[in-house]
Design a protein. Structure first.
Length: 268
């Protein structure tokens, strides 16, 4: 449970970045998002971003000295994560301000810059864990899984919000289904690589699959995929209840997967 703050931080930060990029993309596509809805979504993402930062500090022995992390940006992926995610949160506040002022041009520019910074932040976050000392983490699947969490949760968060506001004009189901298919492929590759890796990697795979959490995660993943596929084929039934339900199911699924990511890691 010592790593719970990191579980929450990585999940929330990736959700926030994915949601931000989705909102910016929909706004740039001139989707019919009202100023009020855009502002509310943007504010909610800023709040979640701030919460994720606060929670991440709970993992530190000296939270009030967290600012020192940026001092090693030239050599430390942790420093880069802190720096880039901090810049992203700051820019997201400015982006929210331009929603408030209804300045689409400035909003689009700042949103584009923040989206790029957010991508770098996720990359930096994943690189922290891609270390030889923990074979189960030292793989490109770690990088893919972090980005896929963002792609799975972010669009659904925004989609559910817009569906509640009756302003969803884009078929979010297609985006989510694609992300889930890639996530399934990454999951298969991940466990295959563990089974063919070092003894510590094999043991990590065994520990993961022998826990009830793994099967709950797998069940929630499959259920969400089935619901989204049904919605994609029957677009007339897409509504706020469906998107909200699927978002909650997948949030639980991703949370359990990330929890096991930390709990079953075995050092050399």
């Amino acid at each position: 449970m010592h790593d719970l703050p990191l579980v929450i931080f990585t999940i929330l930060s990736q959700l926030v970045i994915g949601g931000f990029v989705t909102l910016w993309w929909l706004d740039r596509k001139k989707s019919p998002i009202s100023r009020q809805s855009g502002l509310m979504i943007s504010i909610s993402l800023v709040v979640l971003g701030a919460i994720s930062v606060i929670i991440s500090l709970l993992h530190l022995g000296h939270p009030f000295e967290a600012y020192r992390a940026i001092l090693n940006i030239g050599v430390s992926w942790l420093s880069r994560e802190v720096t880039f995610y901090g810049i992203f949160v700051g820019l997201s506040v400015l982006y929210t301000w331009f929603w408030l002022k209804d300045e689409a041009g400035k909003r689009g520019l700042i949103g584009g810059i923040a989206s790029a910074i957010g991508v770098i932040a996720i990359f930096s976050s994943a690189k922290i864990y891609m270390i030889p000392a923990i074979p189960a983490w030292n793989s490109v699947t770690t990088l893919f899984s972090f980005f896929l969490t963002s792609l799975i949760l972010g669009p659904l968060f925004v989609g559910a919000f817009l569906a509640i506001r009756s302003e969803l004009s884009v078929n979010i189901s297609g985006i989510s289904i694609t992300a889930l298919i890639f996530a399934a492929i990454v999951m298969i590759v991940y466990f295959s690589s563990l089974q063919g890796g070092l003894p510590q990697a094999v043991e990590a795979a065994r520990l993961t699959t022998h826990q009830l959490l793994f099967w709950i995660r797998l069940f929630t993943f499959v259920i969400a995929f089935a619901i989204l596929t049904f919605c994609f084929k029957n677009q007339h039934i897409q509504n706020k209840k469906i998107y909200s339900l699927v978002f909650v199911i997948l949030f639980v699924s991703e949370f359990l997967a990330r929890f096991q990511f930390y709990e079953t890691a075995i050092h050399l």
